[in-house]
Design a binder for this molecule. Structure first.
Ligand SMILES: NC(=O)c1ccc[n+]([C@@H]2O[C@H](COP(=O)([O-])OP(=O)(O)OC[C@H]3O[C@@H](n4cnc5c(N)ncnc54)[C@H](OP(=O)(O)O)[C@@H]3O)[C@@H](O)[C@H]2O)c1
Length: 319
């Protein structure tokens, strides 16, 4: 099969289209013929070797962990899916090896879910990692409640776009940071207040609306020091980060509870998320398509950090 893989860690130039053996499903797995693969920041981080110390790996590593497509083979022990089912999945595993920038991927069938019927394969491939991360951050870690307020840093990105929709569905009051041109977008998703982080003092603006601070802060921005936003959280509030371990001592000083979420595949949660897309509660996020052959350019754009919604790779038009 065709796949975009790396033979060693390094810059994005390492990404090359290669001919690799098609993976065969184990008894608990299905093989998916991939239509689209979602492109996530974690993909360039893996490429540069940032995860080398935390995960088992084996070159060549095929990048990518979000996929949509059609079940092409089922393992002997699989009963929840059959050949021909249209599916989507987060296929992140503890071993870096067989990813989704490829024509086929195999994964544990319990985490592979039927695609909502009225959304396209391209839209479905943009959902798994972003929505599962936001779901686990807001529902499991923060346990956000209906009357509460939340500040979401980076509302226009893949995780932020889903976090706004999940918080809106929970009937929380949402403030989010985004560049001014993205304000109509984040408000359409459900944010009440959009803060231009380039022009405004974020903490000051939050305090205008919530003088004691918000109940919850979700940090989806890489590379910033989240402790500078701790004053935006009320004493007794919660801070959830998905990008770096928070400074627990500083948080204790502010009387804030902190959580770090590392997303895990979860078929039950992805099914619940799919149902919210099916019934119109969640709306597909804007996507920009690149062909698989241009995976390097797609990942470069993600690495630059200002994607509006999600970038996806088109792998097959007839999965
Ligand atoms: N822990 C986990 O399990 C987990 C899971 C998923 C993702 N992550 C990490 O979470 C981060 C976000 O992921 P993602 O998929 O949402 O990324 P993304 O889609 O690439 O995020 C891009 C967004 O970030 C915004 N942004 C950039 N700098 C900003 C700043 N200083 N303040 C506010 N917004 C800013 C941009 O908005 P503007 O264009 O408006 O600037 C853009 O919309 C990444 O570092 C990723 O690796 C972690």
């Amino acid at each position: 099969m065709k796949a975009v893989a790396i033979e060693q860690f390094g810059e994005l130039d390492q990404l090359k289209m290669r001919e690799l053996p098609t993976p065969e499903p184990k008894s608990n797995e299905v093989q998916i013929k991939i239509a689209y693969a979602g492109v996530n920041p974690v993909d360039w981080k893996i490429c540069t070797g940032m995860y080398a110390g935390r995960a088992n790996y084996d070159f060549p590593i095929v990048l990518g962990a979000d996929a949509s497509g059609v079940v092409s083979k089922v393992g002997s022990g699989v009963s929840n899916l059959k050949v021909g089912d249209e599916v989507f999945a987060c296929t992140r595993s503890s071993r870096l090896k067989d990813g989704c920038y490829a024509e086929y991927v195999c994964f544990d069938a319990q985490h592979v879910v039927k695609k909502p019927a009225h959304i396209s394969f391209a839209e479905a491939s943009a959902i798994p990692i972003g929505s599962l991360t936001a779901w686990q951050a807001l529902k499991e870690a923060a346990q956000l409640k209906p009357s509460e307020s939340i500040l979401i840093l980076a509302g226009a990105g893949g995780v932020g776009s889903m976090a706004i929709q999940i918080a809106h569905d929970l009937k929380a009051t949402i403030l989010t940071t985004a560049r001014e041109k993205n304000h109509p977008y984040v408000k359409k998703l459900g944010a009440k207040y959009a803060i231009d982080y380039l022009k405004e003092d974020v903490v000051e603006t939050v305090k205008k609306h919530f003088p004691k601070g918000v109940d919850v802060l979700l940090d989806c921005v890489g590379g910033t020091d989240v402790s500078k936003y701790m004053n935006a959280v009320r004493p007794g509030g919660r801070l959830v980060t998905i990008v770096a371990q928070p400074d627990v001592k500083k948080a204790e000083k502010h009387n804030i509870e902190v959580f770090y979420v590392s997303m895990r595949p979860d078929g039950e949660q992805l099914k619940a998320i799919g149902e919210k897309f099916e019934n119109g509660t969640f709306k597909p996020i804007p996507i920009e398509e690149f062909p698989l052959a241009n995976a390097k350019e797609a990942l470069q754009k993600v690495k630059e950090g200002h994607v509006h919604g999600k970038i996806v790779l088109k792998i097959s038009s007839s999965p």
